[in-house]
Each structure stands twice: as C-alpha cells, then as structure tokens.
Design a protein around this ligand. Structure first.
Ligand SMILES: N[C@@H](CCC(=O)N[C@@H](CS)C(=O)NCC(=O)O)C(=O)O
Length: 226
C-alpha cells in the first residue's frame, strides 16, 4: 500500500517532519523516501516541479494523487487511512474543531518563533541587525510561545496539545519545537512546553522521522539567548 507512495523531503525541514510523522503514525513507513538537498536546489528539479510547481518540500504522491503542502498531506493521510494506525482526527465535533484549529494555528510558531528569530541571524544584512530589531523578534517569539504554554497548562502535564491523545495537531505543531530546540532555544523557560517536548520527542514516529543530518551532531547555539 505504501509502496505506491513517494515523499520528497529535506532533512531538518519541520513541514517535512510533519508529513513523515503522519506516515509513520498511519503505519505507512514503507513509502518511497526521496531525501533531497536544498543546497543543491534539488527541490527545483524537473521531477519535483512536475508535481509541485512551487518546488517546495514536502512533495507527496500516492499513485496518481498528488498532495502537496504539509498540512494537506497530513489530512489526506488521515482521511484516506481513517481506520489504520493512530486516529489523528477525533470524531467528536468539538474535539475535531480544536485539533484542526491547533494544527492550522501552529503555523504561527513557524512564522513568529522559528523564522522570526532565525531570519534575524541568517536572513538579515549585518547592517540591519540592530538591537531593536532583535528585541522586536524576541518579543514576537515569546508572545507566541506563551500562547502555547497557556494551552498546555489548561490540560495539565502529560497531555498533548489538544488533549489527552496524540493528534494531527501534535504532528503539525511539535516539529517546530524540534527545530527551536535543535537551534539552541532554551525551552525550560516554558515548563509545560518543555514537558510536552519531552513527551513527544521519544514517540516512535517522531524518532523514525528524526532529521538524519542532525543525528550524531550537537545542537546549535544560535538561539541560546532568545
Ligand atoms: N507551506 C509549505 C512550506 C514548505 C516549505 O517551506 N518547505 C521548505 C523546506 S522546509 C522548502 O522547500 N524550501 C525551499 C524553497 O522554498 O525553495 C508546507 O507546509 O508544506
């Protein structure tokens, strides 16, 4: 079943990690895995552009079905393999609404916490890298993480992002925390998020999809003072 699936992905890309976690959770680990290199601009190859004109990872194909965009891939897998593996979307409407909301809003973690601060260090000209700009980015990052700290506090430790079960919301949100920690962000500033990070980190699906280029290398320290 998984043998007619192909995922194009890059190591360390949180959107790719999302899709890979869902493939694992759905028991589809036998998919064709094509790890590409952004440094070599593999994502802009004809092979990829034919199925994803944006030339972005993850790019996914199941038989003749193309599903790009990480969230769309995760939802496609859950809908197509509803009765297989982990149930990623609860049936209860209120629960489902919460899971979908958290999955979609986790994009804010990427924009405000991950990209916001990383682009200060890697995407800004040295002359534009002012203290005021860093403070602005730090503020946006912390305001965002505080929201998620509040969500987790409501459920209590040991719970996932939308309640007692692992769901699509975790597959979508957690990889951004994985990137933050890898880049040296000190998550212990947020005790609930730190507990949540540990809870999900050792999940078999997360470990199976752990970015291979990170293995055996120490975490970075770029975000240690954020
Ligand atoms: N909205 C997309 C974002 C995908 C994305 O930004 N992918 C990155 C890798 S993590 C990429 O392909 N970057 C290279 C490029 O845009 O050329 C999704 O969630 O799938």
């Amino acid at each position: 079943m998984a043998s007619d699936m192909t995922l194009y992905w890059v190591s360390g890309g949180a959107p790719c990690w999302r899709a890979m976690i869902c493939l694992e959770e759905k028991g589809l680990s036998g998919y064709n895995s094509k790890m590409l290199s952004l440094d070599n601009k593999d994502q802009k190859s004809d092979e990829v552009l034919q199925i994803n004109p944006r030339g972005q990872m993850p790019t996914f194909k199941h038989g003749n079905v193309v599903a790009n965009e990480s969230l769309a891939i995760c939802l496609y897998l859950e809908n197509t393999f509803k009765n297989q593996g982990t149930k990623l979307l609860p049936d209860d409407p209120a629960q489902q609404a919460l899971v979908l909301q958290r999955a979609v809003e986790s994009q804010n973690i990427r924009e405000k916490a991950v990209f916001g601060v990383l682009s200060y260090f890697f995407g800004t000209k040295p002359e534009d890298r002012t203290e005021a700009l860093l403070e602005e980015r730090k503020k946006a990052c912390h305001e965002e993480l505080q929201i998620w700290e509040g969500y987790l506090a409501k459920f209590g430790d040991g719970s996932y992002i939308a309640g007692k079960d692992f769901t699509l919301a975790d597959a979508c949100a957690w990889p951004f925390l994985g990137v933050l920690v890898h880049m040296g962000f000190n998550l212990s500033q947020y005790p609930h998020l730190a507990n949540y990070y540990d809870l999900v980190k050792d999940r078999p699906s997360v470990q199976a999809a752990w970015p291979p280029l990170w293995k055996g290398t120490p975490d970075k320290d770029t975000l240690k003072d954020i």
